[in-house]
Design a protein around this ligand. Structure first.
Ligand SMILES: [Zn+2]
Ligand SMILES: [Zn+2]
Length: 109
């Protein structure tokens, strides 16, 4: 009976250690690319859902309606986040009930 130690253990460890940074890097790149693509899609999907914004006084406001653009001054219909005339991103909207201004969460950078 000879207790043979598998010589592969150390070698496998080495391969794992050497291989993992490359795998991690590759995984990271793939993840970042996927996250960017998903983020764009997720953002668009979330915006398309037309969530309501709640003002400081608790009034729920639809994000789809009639808005005036702060950039070009046009009145536009639809989703509040982007002017339909000059396509400028909106930075805030006013509560329809009490007039309190609300920053748009998706416009923060
Ligand atoms: Zn505009
Ligand atoms: Zn309000």
């Amino acid at each position: 009976m000879s207790s043979q130690r598998p010589p592969l253990t150390a070698g496998r460890l080495l391969v794992l250690v050497l291989g993992s940074p490359f795998l991690a890097l590759y995984g990271l790149v793939t993840l970042v690319r996927g996250a960017i693509a998903l983020g764009r899609r997720g953002r668009a999907a979330r915006l398309a859902l037309g969530a309501t914004l709640v003002c400081q006084n608790g009034h729920a406001n639809e994000t789809v309606g009639r808005w005036s653009c702060a950039a070009c001054g046009s009145i536009y219909h639809g989703w509040v986040g982007r002017c339909a005339v000059c396509s400028a991103p909106a930075g805030r909207m006013d509560c329809a009930t009490c007039g309190v201004g609300m920053p748009l969460p998706w416009s923060r950078r």
